[in-house]
Ligand binder design. Structure first.
Ligand code: FES
Length: 122
C-alpha cells in the first residue's frame, strides 16, 4: 500500500510560531500518529514516536518544544531532537501546500548525498 496524502492544516504562512498539529498518516500500509510544528518560519512534520521506547513525544497535548524553543523534547525521558530534521532518531515527513492547505505526502526524502570532493570533516 502506498503512502496516502493527508491534510495537516492551513498553509504554513498561517501557522503561529510554535504552533503544532497532530494527525495520522499511512506509511507502508500502517497508520501512524504524527505531528507538525512551525519552527523558525517553516513547518516540519514527524512520526510521533520516540525511538527510545516508541512512545509519543507529547502527552497528547501537542506540546513538543523545550523552554528555550530550540529542540523538540520527548516528554517521557527527555530525548531531544532537532526541530527541522528530527536528527537520526525521528522519522521526518514530507509536507507540501496545495489547494490552500498543507498536506503530508509520506516520508521526507533523505538528505542528498555529500558530493564534496574534499573529505575535510565539517
Ligand atoms: S520514550 Fe522518548 S526519551 Fe524515552
Amino acid at each position: 500500500m502506498s503512502d496516502v496524502p493527508v491534510r495537516v492544516g492551513a498553509p504554513a504562512a498561517r501557522w503561529a510560531e510554535g504552533e503544532s498539529a497532530r494527525f495520522r498518516v499511512t506509511l507502508d500500509g500502517v497508520q501512524r500518529d504524527a505531528f507538525a510544528v512551525r519552527w523558525h518560519g517553516a513547518v516540519h512534520a514527524f512520526v510521533n514516536s520516540c525511538r527510545h521506547q516508541s512512545l509519543p513525544l507529547d502527552f497528547g497535548d501537542g506540546h513538543y518544544f523545550d523552554d528555550a524553543f530550540d529542540a523538540l523534547v520527548c516528554c517521557h525521558h527527555g530525548a531531544r531532537f532537532a526541530p527541522d530534521t528530527g536528527g537520526a532518531f525521528l522519522t521526518a515527513l514530507a509536507l507540501e501546500e496545495r489547494d490552500g492547505a498543507l498536506w503530508c505526502t509520506g516520508r521526507r526524502a533523505s538528505a542528498p548525498p555529500d558530493t564534496r570532493t574534499d573529505r575535510t570533516p565539517r
